[in-house]
Unconditional design. Structure first.
Length: 158
């Protein structure tokens, strides 16, 4: 019976493969936006046109790439926890950020990665807002970042 349950863990392989595919998709999207922004810089010198803001496009490209990092961390964490055996993980020379032994450690690692992604995303939103009129809804993301950071602090404090 227990051996049958262990075979179910290979369903995680589907999750890992899909997470890697999502990461590749976000990397491609980020690269496309970055190439477009660099083309704007090279052709127009970064100024002169009201709608062309290559700096903002580069920040949006960074957003895509950080989301790709979140998916990569998720895929590597699940693969290490569920697919690699204990002897395999001991033999691998893993980077320190991937030395996780439980779902709780993976949760904290993903939490930190998502927090960083939210900070970069909020930075690009607020920078875009400098060229437009900001309203109270611009405070939603920074408030969420503060709440997540404070709760992460409380979880790590234990």
């Amino acid at each position: 019976m227990f051996e049958q349950l262990l075979k179910i863990r290979y369903i995680v392989l589907v999750i890992v493969v899909l997470a890697v595919l999502h990461a590749v998709a976000f990397l491609v999207l980020g690269a496309k936006v970055a190439v477009r922004a660099y083309a704007l810089v090279l052709t127009r010198g970064g100024g002169g046109v009201e709608q062309a803001r290559p700096g903002l496009e580069l920040l949006h490209s960074l957003d895509y790439m950080f989301v790709a990092i979140v998916f990569i961390v998720l895929a590597l964490g699940f693969a290490k926890l569920f697919l690699a055996g204990p002897k395999t993980t001991e033999a691998m020379s893993l980077p320190t950020w991937l030395r996780i032994d439980s779902i709780a450690e993976l949760k904290v690692l993903l939490w930190e990665t998502i927090l960083l992604t939210l900070v970069i995303s909020a930075l690009s939103e607020l920078t875009t807002g400098l060229f437009e009129r900001l309203d109270w809804s611009a405070l939603i993301t920074p408030t969420a970042i503060f709440a997540l950071a404070f709760s992460l602090y409380l979880v790590k404090k234990k």
